[in-house]
Design a protein around this ligand. Structure first.
Ligand code: GUN
Ligand code: FE
Length: 428
């Protein structure tokens, strides 16, 4: 759609360069950004102008890691660490998605919440159940956001009802799910999703490696979230130099060319330097999920170190280990977690500024989807329009100060419109 948005426009050009343009024009041609202008250029004078004077316009936010079936128990069961949390709360809930009626209702609640959120792109885990996963994909498609959705792969170390019957059956089901879903939706695509090493047998991982090559699909999973998990993986794969290598041996851990196996690994809290180097060399994305890491007492990921190494990083809510579906919340959590890391763990790890965390939530995670997350020429046009006129202040604030207060949830605001690839998808 050709359209011009008028308002106070801001975004992160780089991790260290946040820019704001007061009372300016953001031009969209078809699905892409043309640029930001103080006056409408002659060439675009015929485009309709949507007047958002006084509002704040930012790039859409990206949730690089979220579990759709876990939305049902968000904010519950935060009293244990990862492995006990999976067995006590997560697996019993995920078993329910075999029942398509239950899934239909629960996934609609999740889709409604995403539609009403500042999220425009997401990488989503479903469950092992194919019908419910396709149902989830349809519901996410209906929200207008762009997402990757994964049928979750697991065939051991979980209740029998949540394990695929065999590695070969998992291959067949996954293959048919990919074929049924890969061209069915415009904005919702399949992503290969081994849950994590402990729940996937060697044979299943081999099969997933084969499917990755066959369909050239991206991959998402979990890496080095919790210390007991790390020890467990070492017991399962004593011959592997690291947890990362346990994925890499199957071709499921990125690639040096940066394009043939796009991969997201959530958490990366406890990576030794060899893992960090493999993440970097294989262009793997880290989905940083600070709230989840605190709720499950997992630890704090060394994000400053990853930034210094120029590793790809985005933010994830990791619902339900993260209680909130809000990426605004993830931004402030990332800042706060980085301060504790600096104070308590390593004073070389300078805390993140809010603008650095904002970059991770927009362009950082956005780049997994292509040219996404900036208001620059040829970037896909994803934008959120925020009205904070009800926010009171004792003194005048700049645009970026107003945005900061919104992110910290200290100012009344509402989302007015949400554009995804140039289309306004806000209808709530
Ligand atoms: N590791 C394996 N499965 C999960 C999950 O569902 N949530 C989190 N946070 N970590 C995991
Ligand atoms: Fe997770």
């Amino acid at each position: 759609m050709n359209i011009i948005l008028k308002g106070n426009i801001c975004y992160s050009k780089t991790i260290s360069d946040f820019v704001e343009y007061e009372n300016s024009y953001l031009v969209c041609e078809n699905t892409e950004v043309v640029g930001i202008f103080s006056e409408i250029p002659e060439r675009y004078k015929s485009f309709p102008v949507k007047d958002y004077t006084d509002c704040i316009i930012i790039p859409g936010l990206v949730d690089l890691h979220v579990h759709a079936p876990q939305f049902a128990f968000r904010g519950l069961g935060m009293d244990v660490e990862l492995l006990e949390w999976l067995n006590t709360y997560t697996f019993p809930e995920e078993i329910k998605y075999e029942d398509i009626e239950y899934a239909n209702n629960a996934y609609q609640l999740l889709a409604d919440a995403i539609a009403k959120s500042e999220t425009t792109r997401a990488c989503v885990f479903a469950t092992i159940h194919k019908p419910a996963t396709i149902d989830l994909m349809q519901k996410l498609e209906n929200t207008g956001i762009i997402s990757y959705v994964g049928l979750v792969e697991m065939d051991r170390n979980a209740p029998e009802k949540l394990c695929q019957i065999s590695a070969d059956e998992a291959y067949e089901i996954t293959d048919s799910w990919i074929n049924e879903s890969k061209n069915r939706f415009k904005n919702t695509k399949p992503i290969l999703t081994p849950r994590f090493i402990p729940t996937c047998t060697y044979e299943l991982m081999l099969n997933l490696g084969e499917l990755q090559v066959k369909y050239k699909l991206p991959v998402q999973s979990h890496l080095a979230e919790n210390l007991s998990e790390l020890e467990w993986v070492q017991e399962l794969y004593p011959e592997c130099a690291s947890y990362a290598q346990a994925y890499n041996q199957f071709g499921l851990f990125g690639s040096e060319d940066g394009v043939s196996v796009p991969t997201i690994m959530a958490h990366c809290v406890w990576c030794d330097e060899s893992m960090v180097n493999l993440i970097k060399d294989n262009n793997v994305y880290v989905a940083h999920c600070p709230q989840s890491n605190i709720n499950l007492s997992s630890g704090i990921a060394p994000i400053r170190h990853f930034i210094d190494k120029e590793i790809n990083i985005g933010l994830g809510t990791d619902v339900a280990a993260g209680a909130s579906l809000s990426i605004f919340r993830a931004i402030s959590d990332a800042v706060q977690a980085s301060k504790l890391y600096w104070r308590l763990i390593d004073d070389n790890g300078k805390p993140l500024s809010i603008y650095e965390a904002f970059y991770l939530a927009t362009a950082g995670g956005g780049s997994f989807f292509g040219k996404v997350g900036k208001f620059e020429n040829e970037y896909e046009f994803d934008a959120i329009v925020i009205d904070d006129k009800d926010a009171k202040s004792a003194y005048p604030l700049t645009i970026s100060e107003r945005l900061t207060r919104v992110i910290y949830n200290t100012a009344d605001y509402k989302i007015v419109d949400k554009y995804v690839r140039g289309e306004n998808v806000w209808n709530v």
